[in-house]
Design a protein around this ligand. Sequence first.
Ligand code: HEC
Length: 137
Amino acid sequence: MQIQVQHANNIKMKKILISLTCVIAIALSSCYYDNEEALYPRIEICDTTAENITYNKAIAPLIKENCLGCHSTANKANGGGLALDSYEAAKGNIDDIYADVKQEQGTNFNPMPKNSQKLSECSIQNLETWATNNFPK
Ligand code: HEC
């Protein structure tokens, strides 16, 4: 008799354990959601081949797209009087350009492009590559 009670208790315990496991499993799985950014981090393919990082191929388009709204010769008043639409201007101001595009937006240190998203890591890398390789045209 004693043995039978114990056996029944064992079965009860097993049932409780199994249901507990289920509850935990369901709780855990409902916390899991597909975060696309985490599952598939955006991989930017950055071409660092030196011959592709010339002013004409990489730097002028980058500046045109992100900077000339405020820094062209015609509208440089929007950009504190600084025009960046020539090879000489880009090369001559590279230290300031590089320092500013590396700033996080929302800081006090002239983050550029002003009031916009920070450039991609690849674009920043291209500016650095261009300077390191002595400003190929
Ligand atoms: C929306 C307008 C705007 C855009 C876009 C913009 N700038 Fe500027 N930039 C300014 C203004 C205005 C100033 C003058 C300083 C200030 O008010 O922050 C300035 C100043 C600068 C300076 C001189 C500041 C210093 O550090 O001495 C550099 C260099 C510069 N910008 C680079 C860039 C580059 C590179 C881009 C593109 C990646 C860019 N800017 C995009 C508006 C802009």
